[in-house]
Ligand binder design. Structure first.
Ligand code: DGY
Length: 324
């Protein structure tokens, strides 16, 4: 039996899979464990099931020890993992693509609707208890029919978001390192453009690219910076369900404050769980606490896939969804 450490709480179905084959150290606390506790617990592990909030770096890998064989992230994004360090130490790193596509696209499109129709602001009006009444010009937003959504990163989640946009009568353009899958591109009648053109023409810019650190080839760190924001229409909206550091948050605060863009919807932040204080003061931005994939079914699917990855590696088989 191998020793598997699960750093945070995960659904019972995934734990049961692991427990059927291995000695499992699970985390039953309601609160997230501190870094110190995680580093102590991973010592001697053969496989670790990690979350996006775990930084899997040299310190983590060193604390685990040289017997470690797998780091199985319960997330599609893996910018929290130093993949090169894992490779150097012969540790397999895995993620959970596919199972969270629809849930995350639902959240992205919910943000599109919330931002363009000012629904967060509208809800705050009702909750404030102040008098309100129906009015011709009260809380007017932007209709989506005939508008253009610009998908940055045409992977599975980008495509699923574009499908929702299409159903709302939007045109689809996209930018990315690779072309969109041919069938989806045809179904969506999606036009591939470069990022400057997308920024200049889209009414809604929705980010779905991975976070690639500054300095690395094809880096996406601060892809949306002051210059990119100034290239957007002053009637346009920015939606981010990818990773916080893809957007320069300070520049975004400025663009929202000065009306350089009309609004934004964010599920991710540069230094989670910290949110730039400037964003908290603004009405034209919707703020969610990284809940893109937060449905019961999706979280069970993610944790189960991570568990199956750990089982496969420990059994000497190839990982189902290898990263890097
Ligand atoms: C992911 O899967 O990368 C999400 O951000 C975590 O829900």
């Amino acid at each position: 039996m191998a020793r598997v450490v699960v750093t945070h709480q995960i659904p019972q179905a995934a734990l049961a899979l692991l427990r059927a084959a291995h000695d499992v150290d699970s985390w039953e606390g309601q609160d997230a464990p501190s870094r110190e506790v995680v580093l102590r617990r991973v010592s001697g592990a053969d496989a670790v099931v990690t979350m996006v909030t775990d930084r899997v770096d040299q310190e983590f890998l060193g604390a685990a020890g040289s017997q470690l064989r797998a780091v199985c992230n319960v997330a599609v994004g893996y910018d929290n993992i130093d993949v090169a360090a894992c490779r150097e130490r012969g540790v397999v790193a895995t993620n959970t693509p596919g199972v969270l596509t629809e849930a995350t696209a639902d959240t992205a499109f919910a943000l599109v609707l919330m931002a363009t129709r000012r629904l967060g602001e509208a809800e705050r009006v009702v909750r404030s208890g102040k008098p309100w009444t129906w009015g011709m010009s009260v809380l007017l937003g932007m209709g989506l029919q005939g508008r253009t959504i610009g998908i940055v990163g045409p992977g599975q989640i980008g495509i699923a978001t574009a499908r929702r946009a299409k159903a709302f009568g939007m045109e689809v353009v996209y930018a990315g390192r690779s072309p969109m899958a041919a069938q989806a591109q045809a179904q969506l009648a999606a036009a591939r453009v470069d990022l400057p053109e997308l920024l200049a023409t889209a009414d809604v810019v929705s980010l779905h690219c991975p976070l690639i650190p500054a300095g690395a080839p094809d880096s996406t760190y601060h892809l949306i910076d002051a210059e990119a924001l100034s290239a957007m229409r002053d009637t346009a909206y920015l939606i981010n369900t990818a990773r916080g550091p893809v957007v320069d948050e300070a520049a975004l605060v400025e663009a929202l404050r000065t009306g350089q863009i009309a609004g934004a919807g964010l599920d991710v932040f540069e230094e989670e769980p910290r949110v730039h204080p400037g964003l908290l003061e603004l009405d034209n931005v919707v703020l969610l606490p990284h809940v893109g994939s937060a449905t019961v079914q999706t979280r069970e699917g993610m944790a189960t896939l991570a568990a199956r990855n750990a089982l496969a590696v420990l059994a000497g088989e190839g990982a189902l969804t290898l990263v890097g």
